[in-house]
Write a protein of this length. Structure first.
Length: 366
C-alpha cells in the first residue's frame, strides 16, 4: 500500500523553516551522542540529579563542559532543572524517568541512542562520501567505524531479543516445527553483525546450534562477547566466514539474514550461496526494509529514513566492489523476489505477518 502524503506549498519560508528545525534536531542528536558516549545520562540515572560540578566528578569530565551540556539539555527540554534562577554551579539537573529507557536501555523498544550513533558515523565520512559521488566509487563499511557497527546491532537488538525467537518464529510454522524437532536443528545467521539474531534463536530454542557468519572481525568479536553475556556461547559460534565457504554447503536447516541483502554488492550470488548452505528441507528467512511497493514522492517518514541511509551508508558501501547491484536501502519486494529467483529459489513468499514496523520477512524455499 502506498501512503499518499499531502505536499505543503513550496515557498522559501517553508524550506528555511524546515531546515532550521532540522538543524536544531541535528544539534540535539549530537548533544545526545555526547551524553551517551561519555556516560552522562547514566551518571544522572544511577546517582541521581546533579549539579555541574557533581556530574563532572561522577563522569570524569571537565566542569565547564559539564555545565554547558547540562544547560543545553535543559534548554532543549531533555533534562529537568530544579531552579533556573539559581547560580550556574548549584542548579541541579535530572533525567526524567520517562527518558531513561530510550537513552539507557538497549533492550527497550523505545531505545533511540543507537540512531544517534549512526548519524554521527555518517557525518564522519562526509569527505569520502563526496569523493564517491564524484568518482562513482564507494565508502567501505569499516570507514564508518565502531559507532556504526554498534548502532546497526543495537538498532535491531530490542525486537530480536524481545520477540524474534519467542513470538515471530513460532508464527512461521515451517520454521518453528523444525526448530523444536529432533534431531536438533542447525541454523546459520549470515551477515550476523554483533550476533543478536543468533543469540535470540538459541535462547528461544534450547536444542539448536547456531553459527554466525560475518566478514567484519570487529563485529564477530562483539558477537562472541554478547553470546557469552547471554549465556548461549555453548550453542552459538561466530566466525569471520563467507557464506560461500564450501564447508558450509548442505549443513543448515535454517539460514537467516537480518537487514543485510540490500547492503551487499552481489545479492544474487549471496542468496545462491545461502541456497547452497541449506540441507534437504531447509529454508531461508530474510528480513529487510519494509518499503513501499513503488516509488512515491513526497513520502512518509519511514521511506524518507530509508532513502537517507541509502544515500549516506548503504549505497556507498555496496559501491565499493565491482560488479555491484547497487541496491541501496530502498529494496522493494519485487526486487527481493527477483534476486531470490535469480539465485535459484523455487518459492519466494513475502510475509506480511508476522509484522514489524520497519522490516518485512521473506521465506525462501529451494
Amino acid at each position: 500500500m502506498v501512503v499518499e502524503i499531502s505536499e505543503p506549498e513550496k515557498t522559501a519560508d517553508q524550506l528555511v523553516g524546515r531546515l532550521f528545525e532540522s538543524t536544531l534536531g541535528m544539534m540535539d542528536v549530537l548533544a545526545v551522542y555526547v551524553g551517551d558516549r561519555l556516560g552522562l545520562y547514566r551518571a544522572l540515572r544511577d546517582s541521581g540529579p546533579a549539579t555541574a560540578p557533581e556530574l563532572a566528578s561522577r563522569a570524569g569530565i571537565d566542569e565547564r563542559y559539564a555545565r554547558e551540556w547540562l544547560e543545553q539539555q535543559a534548554a532543549t527540554g531533555i533534562l529537568d532543572v530544579d531552579d533556573v534562577t539559581a547560580a550556574a554551579d548549584v542548579r541541579r539537573y535530572a533525567l526524567p524517568d520517562a527518558y531513561a529507557a530510550p537513552l539507557l536501555d538497549p533492550d527497550s523498544p523505545w531505545s533511540i541512542a543507537p540512531l544517534g550513533r549512526s548519524i554521527v558515523a555518517c557525518a564522519k565520512v562526509m569527505p569520502q562520501l563526496l569523493d564517491a559521488f564524484r568518482t562513482g566509487g564507494g565508502v567501505d563499511w569499516t570507514t564508518y567505524g565502531l559507532d556504526m557497527i554498534e548502532a546497526q546491532g543495537d538498532f535491531n537488538r530490542p525486537w530480536l531479543r524481545g520477540s524474534f525467537g519467542g513470538e515471530i518464529l513460532p508464527q512461521i510454522p515451517a520454521i518453528h516445527r523444525r526448530l523444536v524437532a529432533d534431531p536438533p536443528a542447525r541454523v546459520a545467521d549470515v551477515a550476523c553483525g554483533v550476533g543478536w539474531a543468533a543469540i535470540a534463536i538459541a535462547a528461544a530454542y534450547p536444542t539448536v546450534h547456531v553459527d554466525g557468519f560475518d566478514l567484519d572481525p570487529s563485529s564477530i568479536e562483539l558477537a562472541r562477547s554478547n553470546a557469552a553475556s547471554a549465556g548461549v556461547a555453548d550453542r552459538v559460534t561466530f566466525a569471520v566466514r563467507d557464506a560461500a565457504d564450501p564447508a558450509a554447503a548442505g549443513r543448515y536447516d535454517l539460514v537467516t539474514v537480518i537487514e543485510a541483502i540490500h547492503d551487499v554488492s552481489r545479492p544474487v550470488e549471496v542468496l545462491a550461496a545461502i541456497r547452497g548452505m541449506l540441507a534437504p528441507g531447509g529454508v531461508a528467512l530474510i528480513a529487510d526494509e519494509k518499503t513501499e511497493d513503488r516509488f512515491t514522492a513526497p513520502a512518509g517518514e519511514s521511506e524518507r529514513m530509508y532513502y537517507g541511509y541509502s544515500v549516506l551508508v548503504c549505497l556507498p558501501a555496496a559501491m565499493t566492489e565491482r560488479p555491484t547491484a547497487a541496491t541501496g536501502t530502498v529494496i522493494r519486494a519485487d526486487t527481493m523476489r527477483a534476486y531470490a529467483e535469480a539465485a535459484g529459489f523455487a518459492s519466494v513468499e513475502r510475509l506480511d505477518e508476522p509484522a514489524l514496523d520497519m522490516l518485512r520477512f521473506y521465506l525462501l524455499t529451494p
